[in-house]
Write a protein that binds this ligand. Structure first.
Ligand code: BES
Ligand code: MN
Ligand code: ZN
Length: 501
């Protein structure tokens, strides 16, 4: 039997590259492919006995010196004459008693990107060792799909090196098929988010985010956009204060996915398509990176893409308060005071603390959906990256159960979160002398005070804030995250949603 799950790397305009994942119940030696992938633990020279006698002796020989099975170790060799695969790729996953899904995911990323760089086009995965570890081959595939990503949109050189087929050599049980379908939908949505984030701000404008949102419309998924005039009528003074310096029209985008009639979960993604700091201008060095200040919004779009592809029976509202943050003749000035949609006033001390301004009105607006909970995801503070580096998402919130759910999803997906405090004393930091709040509490404690600021707008509704400033951009290649936009948050939040069903 042959089951095909076709993977569109992204369904977004102009970008077409495909990876096919196929599950096929066939012996390794009969399957023609560029390379057969054999994952090994360190103690494993005696596995894969059923492939062929000469393969077994090759494995024993190679384990004597060339390869030991350590995590991230790779070795490509020509295969013996008595099997159809042209080559064998030995892939290390480390000590057997320390094996974990994350190590398998990393091995998948390493192996597939290595094969792709060598120009191989189709590979096959033998599942014997993974089965013995009780780790789904779908996890390896997830690493492979994420790890072979390249941002191709702007390179005019025709780079033909793309791995196009992965075959899982296994019986196609309905369990495995479901796992592969899930991993396909979510991983391709991560790549979709990465493409959005990597796209420079001259193309990735608020209006372009509208086009992308519209491209996701479907049976249960609708999109509404509030423009500048209506936002002004609604009283979104905080959000609009950020847009004042820019010529690009701001777009307050609302996605609605209705797969059930329960109260919705609201996801809010920070969507600053470029953050120059405004009049509180950022230094020139590194400013080009501030195109990734819409990574929260991209994550929310990725989640909606995955959830609608999987047709999950859930009710979601997504909000992207999209705008640029630029200095200009009519830009907001330090000292200005504005009114939020909920009525609270904010004294703007630093126009570079713009994310929380857009999120304040998004949280205020979200309440009209009577949400069961709200989660915001934002590249909110430099302090987040200082505190946790590229390793973890900072998490703060007002609801223990929701916090714990997200922490668990973080451990499962390895998009790990670390909780920071929201002690009441932080309120002092953001109290203004002449308005209800000020938009920054100064340098000390700014990871916590930025979250405390948002808490003032979440009110009594269960709410969690995720600061992805450190994790949204990979400064160097990681096993399944090539340098650049990480697409963080898509796997985490889709897992939270799936577990809520
Ligand atoms: N978008 C930035 C935060 C950021 C910095 C994200 C570096 C990713 C990498 C945010 O809008 C910002 O400028 N925050 C300021 C706030 C400060 C002025 C209170 C910060 O953290 O420095
Ligand atoms: Mn800023
Ligand atoms: Zn910002």
């Amino acid at each position: 039997m042959k089951l095909i799950v076709a993977i569109s790397r992204t369904n977004w305009i102009q970008l077409k590259s495909y990876m096919n994942v196929v599950i096929k119940n066939i012996r390794e030696r009969h399957h023609r492919c560029d390379a057969l992938i054999l994952p090994f633990c360190q103690e494993d020279p005696g596995v894969y006995k059923s492939i062929s006698p000469s393969t077994s002796s090759l494995i024993r020989k190679i384990f004597r010196r060339e390869f030991s099975g350590k995590l991230h170790e790779l070795l490509l060799v020509p295969s013996p004459e008595d099997v159809k695969p042209e080559r064998i790729l030995f892939v290390g996953i480390g000590k057997r008693n320390e094996a974990s899904p994350e190590k398998v995911r990393q091995a998948g990323g390493k192996a597939a990107s290595y094969a792709q760089n060598l120009g191989l086009r189709n590979i096959a995965l033998s599942t014997e060792v993974l089965s013995s570890l009780k780790i789904s081959p779908a996890i390896f595939i997830e690493g492979a799909l994420l790890g072979t990503y390249k941002f191709r949109k702007y390179s005019t050189e025709n780079d033909k090196k793309a791995l196009s087929h992965i075959t899982i050599l296994s019986k196609a049980s309905s369990g495995l098929l479901d796992e592969v379908r899930y991993v396909e939908a979510v991983s391709s949505s991560v790549l979709f988010a990465r493409d959005l984030i990597n796209t420079p701000a001259n193309d990735m404008t608020p209006s372009h985010l509208v086009r992308v949102s519209h491209s996701l419309r479907g049976k249960n998924l609708s999109v509404r956009v509030i423009g500048k005039r209506d936002a002004s009528k609604l009283g979104m003074g905080a959000y609009l204060s950020v847009a004042k310096g820019s010529e690009e029209p701001p777009k307050f985008i609302i996605l609605h996915y209705k797969g059930t009639r329960k109260k919705p979960l609201v996801l809010i993604g920070k969507s600053i398509t470029f953050d120059s700091g405004g009049l509180s201008l950022k230094p020139a060095e590194g400013m080009e990176k501030m195109k990734y200040d819409m990574a929260g919004g991209a994550a929310v779009l990725g989640v909606f893409r995955a959830v609608s592809q999987l047709k999950l029976p859930v009710h979601l509202v997504g909000i992207l308060p999209a705008t640029e943050n630029l200095p200009g003749g009519s830009a907001t000035k330090p000292g200005d005071i504005i009114h939020t949609i909920g009525g609270k006033t904010i004294e703007i001390l630093n126009t570079d603390a713009e994310g929380r301004m857009t999120l304040a009105d998004a949280l205020g607006y979200a309440k009209r959906f009577s949400p069961c909970a709200m989660i915001d995801i934002a590249t909110l503070t430099g302090a987040c990256a200082i505190a946790l580096g590229q390793v973890a998402i900072a998490m703060m919130g007002n609801d223990r159960e929701l916090l714990d759910t997200i922490r668990k999803a973080g451990n499962t997906t390895y998009e790990r979160v670390w909780e920071m405090p929201l002690f009441d004393e932080y309120r002092e930091y953001i109290k203004s002398d002449i308005a209800d709040l000020k938009n920054t509490g100064g340098r000390a404690g700014s990871l916590a005070t930025s979250a405390y600021f948002l808490k003032e707008f979440a009110g009594e509704i269960p709410w969690v804030h995720l600061d992805i400033a450190g994790t949204a951009w990979a400064e160097k290649d990681k096993p399944y995250v090539p340098k650049g936009a990480a697409g963080i948050g898509v796997r985490l939040l889709t897992n939270v949603i799936r577990e809520s069903i």
